[in-house]
Ligand binder design. Structure first.
Ligand SMILES: Cc1ncc(C[n+]2csc(CCOP(=O)(O)OP(=O)(O)O)c2C)c(N)n1
Ligand SMILES: CC(=O)[C@@H](O)[C@H](O)COP(=O)(O)O
Ligand SMILES: [Mg+2]
Length: 634
């Protein structure tokens, strides 16, 4: 563990108040070392936090948190903030079961006034705090810190548009490190770069870096601040939106930050945007040198930066999707692919390398991604919108209004379906089957393994008469052989994987493996089980489901999704057909009706009661064999 004599004296942000600039800098250096050391044992988001160490110290020094409100956009950069706000003793539990969340979380600390993990919400939330303070007659400062990547989302501009008109006191800090997870995209990113390349910013850095050595830090900060005040930037887009624009300033220069923040704090009259230039991974050489600036890392060796990534036993679902799509796109020039700032996460970086003209990273802009895909489809292309299940939630109206109602053949490749582990509830892909399944005309597939995923990609290419989606989880596949030439599936048809007689287990998605294990366990209890892979949540394979219901005493449905999804659709069907009137014992196994906390996916599924022994126990319970059920769970 690093030596941190200055940081050790900081039990809460109050202890930063009286420190001089030199000591604040020392605290920042130690805070960086502590953050690196902590993440080296937990893994997690590192580069973003390293880039805001000085900003974090300066903010907590200048503002009176938690009375003043500090909102971090996304929250993946908040580890230094957690260390300073009373959570240092638990920082090495980050993202572990029962430990600290990797994001800001209201239930965790009064210093996290607003929870996050999805991008671009901070300005809206901060405006809410500002307006509420006014209405309640409270005097408090409200600060939102948002990254340049997160400024690609429409929501950030919706919030500024509103804030500018309301003219409320609100401080937005644009933390511009010229990076998203991947390099940033879009015209706004170019605009920020133009602002940063301005002569004013270069002069200010000279004052910060050069003069401080000669005239001392405090005096250099005073001059920098004076210089800033005299700097007539004018005409920025932010000013047109009603914000006072301050900057660009050096986000790693504590003296400059403190001077500017104090100036803004004391002279506030309406919304202000401070443009701070930072570097992702700042101060840690392996991070600075990495292409992704160490956005998200596994445990690593602090000296070498080498990450403890185990060699995968099987290809990832994401990789299988990318390869399958590339294969289809070789033969079909109308196939195009869209990602919303997740080229690596969705595998579309591979697709882009092969087809640079046919792949579109639209930035953090899921709504736009979907409607853009709808436009492409309407114009005769075959768009594959590759989105994480959780981020697709933001695009729901686009899915309904721009795709489903117009019956456009947009293909949704839904990655990170089901529980995702350390990112926790904000990133769980729990709801897509439910929210897509209620839309007329939508075809929804869920892959049981990676061979099935390849078949589903093929199938989706052929669905030209309306929207379709296929979902698959985070991480490695099962290691099954992937067909070189995958055949398309028959729409709305599942498959029997194992024939039995008393119990039917109907699985949607990758719980198929657990279902087969459960069938073995049930055999030991003298029960013969049929196991079926539904493949489609919509349209349902009615023949298969009615047959399973007719020929078995117990029917179990299981899925990696919330209530209101596949199991509910099966129940609707059985109710409509009057099958429920005939005494069938049916149980629907879904994710529980709670937001599950972060943990390893294996433990999360255990907590969700969706592993083999839970299926076995559910069957035994349904048959009134509760003692055996309890034993099965033990
Ligand atoms: C709505 C949404 N889409 C995508 C993501 C995934 N994501 C998390 S952080 C990030 C990059 C954010 O870039 P920026 O705001 O510049 O922060 P930095 O990591 O550079 O500090 C992305 C794309 C997300 N969290 N939320
Ligand atoms: C903060 C954020 O939203 C992303 O960095 C996310 O954590 C990535 O998740 P994956 O690791 O599943 O790509
Ligand atoms: Mg950034």
């Amino acid at each position: 563990m690093p030596e941190t004599p200055n940081l050790d004296r900081i039990a809460s942000p109050k202890d930063l108040k009286s420190l001089d600039l030199a000591t604040l800098r020392a605290v920042a250096d130690e805070l960086r070392a502590e953050t690196i050391d902590a993440v080296s044992v937990t893994g997690g988001h590192l580069g973003a936090g390293l880039g805001v160490v000085e900003l974090t110290v300066a903010l907590h020094h200048v503002f009176d948190t938690p009375d003043d409100v500090l909102i971090w956009d996304v929250g993946h950069q908040c580890y230094p903030h957690k260390i300073l706000t009373g959570r240092r003793d638990r920082i090495r539990t980050l993202r572990q079961g029962g430990g600290l969340s990797g994001f800001t979380k209201r239930s965790e600390s009064e210093y996290d006034p607003f929870g996050a993990a999805h991008a671009s919400t901070s300005i809206s939330a901060a405006l809410g705090f500002s307006v509420a303070s006014d209405l309640k007659g409270e005097k408090r400062h409200v600060v939102a810190v948002i990254g340049d990547g997160s400024m690609s989302a429409g929501m950030a501009y919706e919030a500024m548009n509103n804030a500018g008109a309301l003219d409320k006191n609100l401080i937005v800090i644009l933390n511009d490190n010229d990076m998203s997870i991947a390099p940033p995209v879009g015209a706004m990113s170019h605009y920020f770069a133009r602002l940063v390349s301005s002569k004013g910013y270069r002069s200010l850095r000279r004052i910060g870096k050069g003069l401080a050595k000669v005239i001392g830090v405090e005096e250099a900060a005073r001059r920098a601040e004076e210089y800033m005040r005299g700097m007539a930037v004018g005409g920025t887009m932010f000013e047109e939106l009603g914000f006072r624009y301050v900057g660009p300033i050096d986000g790693h220069d504590v003296a400059q930050l403190v001077a500017v923040l104090k100036n803004v704090r004391d002279g506030q009259d309406g919304p202000v945007l401070i443009h701070a230039v930072t570097h992702k991974g700042h101060g840690y050489a392996p991070a600075e040198a990495a292409a992704d600036k160490y956005h998200g890392v596994a445990k690593f060796n602090v000296i070498t930066g080498e990450q403890a990534k185990s060699k995968p036993a099987a290809p990832s679902y994401t990789g299988v999707f990318a390869d399958a799509l590339i294969r289809e796109a070789e033969a079909d020039p109308s196939i195009v692919a869209i990602t919303a700032a997740m080229p690596g996460g969705t595998g579309l970086d591979k697709f882009a390398a092969r087809f640079p003209q046919r792949c579109f990273d639209v930035g953090i802009a899921e709504q736009h991604a979907v409607t853009f895909a709808a436009g492409l489809a309407a114009a005769g292309m075959k768009p594959f919108a590759a989105l994480y299940s959780t981020f697709m939630q933001r695009a729901y109206d686009s899915v309904v209004h721009d795709v489903a109602i117009q019956n456009l053949p947009v293909r949704f490749a839904i990655d990170r379906a089901g529980l995702v582990g350390a990112d926790g509830s904000t990133h769980a892909g729990s709801f897509d089957v439910g929210y897509l399944g209620m839309l007329p005309g939508m075809v929804i597939m869920a892959a049981a393994d990676e061979a099935e995923l390849a078949r589903m990609v093929k199938t989706a290419t052929l669905i030209d008469d309306g929207p379709s989606a296929f979902r698959y989880p985070r991480g490695e596949g099962t290691g099954v052989e992937i067909p070189a030439n995958p055949q398309a599936l028959e729409i709305g048809k599942g498959r029997i994987v194992r024939e039995g007689s008393t119990v039917a287990i109907l699985s949607l998605g990758t719980r198929l493996e657990e279902s087969l294990k459960a069938a073995d366990q049930l055999a030991a209890h003298g029960l013969s089980a049929t196991v079926a892979d539904a493949r489609f949540a919509k349209p349902l394979d009615e023949d298969l489901i009615l047959r399973l219901a007719r020929e078995h005493e117990v029917l179990i449905t299981i899925e990696e999704g919330s209530r209101g999804g596949f199991g509910a659709f099966v129940l609707h069907l059985l109710a409509e057909k009057g099958v429920l009137d005939r005494g069938l014992k049916i149980r629907t196994m879904t994710l529980p009706d709670v937001f599950q906390e972060h943990d390893s996916p294996v433990k999360q599924y255990d907590e969700a009661r969706l592993n083999a022994r839970h299926i076995t126990a559910t069957v035994l319970d349904a048959l009134g064999r509760s003692e055996e059920a309890a034993k099965a769970l033990a």
